[in-house]
Design a protein around this ligand. Structure first.
Ligand SMILES: Cc1ncc(COP(=O)(O)O)c(C=O)c1O
Length: 381
């Protein structure tokens, strides 16, 4: 039985296309579309409505906080995950003995670039390698040491859906005295997150992927006790105690995570985020995660049956929604599938099949059948 028939109707594109690209862009719901229009209406009919715009952004913060079991005061609104990482990096000094940033080869490149840019400030960047589609937990114990200031990891890999155990990693890195930064862009909305139970220090995500929204807005969680110790150099008027004081000589820092905010927040994106977050709360991420775990198993097995090579982890507990299938000409395969109304996402040498709660098992199989045909065609050509 398909459990989300009512919710599936929210997404009109699903009547025309097989959309399995949640690792890149999820389907547009009527609710998000209406929210975007309602921002445009404020411009068209009221001209200017700062109070309402700011209220929408605050509401999005509160809804996101609830999603990850944080306080709204522990959330900053920024524009993208790369900016979240830059903002955190700018608050650290790498001149001392503890000057290492440990990150992983499975992080999204943009996040790695932010850490590499800190070498100019004296940071030493180390990359933990992956081994057979995963990062063994023991590597954290080996690579993180008494010189590590920040450890940066993806919760779920953008490439192959490898899912990490945040609680265990947090325990290891904290024992060594390092902070833990988590990029949750490939997990939020599809994998349950409890920042308190998992004990992460920083967590960043945007709305475009499994969060059912659009790009242009990102949320940065900063643990309360940690935020108060940091003063980011990436800043702006929304990071001040009172943004409306307009005192150019006063660089004070707002309490909590708001000190990490910069300029005017992404307002239209805030409207869209609210509508999307309401959809996620309506069913709860735990139910979505359980359903996607089933779809993921189907995808791995069926791709194998169709003779395709899966490069995602096989162990269920180590894998999220995304099933990565090896195809040397992945971008070409993505374009050919699009011609058949099958929307999937290519990265390097893989096609990523990334369902959300609105997808059915039949759709996953349809996409894999089409991919098998396209792969054979590309091999012959
Ligand atoms: C895991 C992960 N982190 C970060 C990014 C990039 O995020 P942004 O463009 O918001 O900086 C992506 C984009 O695909 C991603 O998958």
């Amino acid at each position: 039985m398909f459990p989300f028939a009512k919710e599936r109707d929210y997404f009109p594109i699903l009547q025309e296309q097989v959309m399995l690209s949640s690792c890149s862009q999820s389907a547009l719901s009527r609710q998000v579309e209406e929210a975007i229009h309602s921002y445009v209406d404020t411009l068209r009919y009221t001209g200017m409505d700062w109070m309402r715009w700011m209220a929408e952004v605050e509401e999005a913060k509160t809804q996101f906080a609830k999603l990850i079991n944080a306080e709204p005061e522990e959330i900053a609104v920024l524009s993208c995950v790369s900016e979240c990482a830059s903002s955190i990096a700018s608050a650290f000094d790498f001149a001392g003995k503890r000057n290492q940033i440990v990150t992983t080869e499975m992080d999204f490149p943009s996040v790695g670039h932010v850490w590499l840019a800190q070498e100019k400030k004296g940071a030493q960047v180390k990359f933990i390698p992956s081994q057979e589609s995963v990062i063994p937990l023991a590597y954290y114990d080996q690579f993180v040491n008494e010189q590590t200031l920040i450890t940066s990891i993806p919760h779920v890999s953008y490439y192959n859906g490898f899912k990490q155990d945040l609680t265990k990693i947090a325990e290891i890195v904290h024992q060594k005295g390092s902070y833990l930064f988590v990029d949750a862009y490939q997990s939020a909305g599809s994998v349950a997150i409890d920042v308190k139970a998992m004990d992460v220090d920083f967590l960043a995500t945007g709305m475009q992927k499994y969060m059912l929204g659009i790009p242009g807005i990102a949320f940065l969680y900063v643990k309360k006790e940690v935020a108060e110790k940091l003063e980011p150099a990436v800043t702006g008027w929304f990071g001040r105690t009172n943004p409306f004081a307009f005192d150019i000589r006063c660089l004070d820092y707002a309490a909590g995570a708001r000190r990490f905010e910069t300029g005017t927040p992404p307002m239209i994106n805030g409207y869209a985020a609210n509508a999307a977050l309401r959809l996620l709360h309506e069913v709860g991420v735990e139910r979505i995660e359980a359903y996607l775990s089933d779809l993921s198993e189907t995808a791995v097995m069926y791709a194998g049956e169709r003779g395709l090579t899966v490069v995602s982890p096989v162990e269920k507990s180590q894998k999220a929604s995304n099933t990565a299938i090896y195809i040397p000409q992945a971008s070409k395969a993505e374009a050919l599938l699009k011609e058949r109304n099958v929307i999937v996402s290519a990265r390097n040498d893989v096609i990523r099949i990334a369902p959300h709660y609105y997808n059915t098992k039949a759709e996953v199989k349809t996409a894999i059948d089409a991919l098998a045909e396209v792969a054979a065609h590309l091999q012959e050509a």
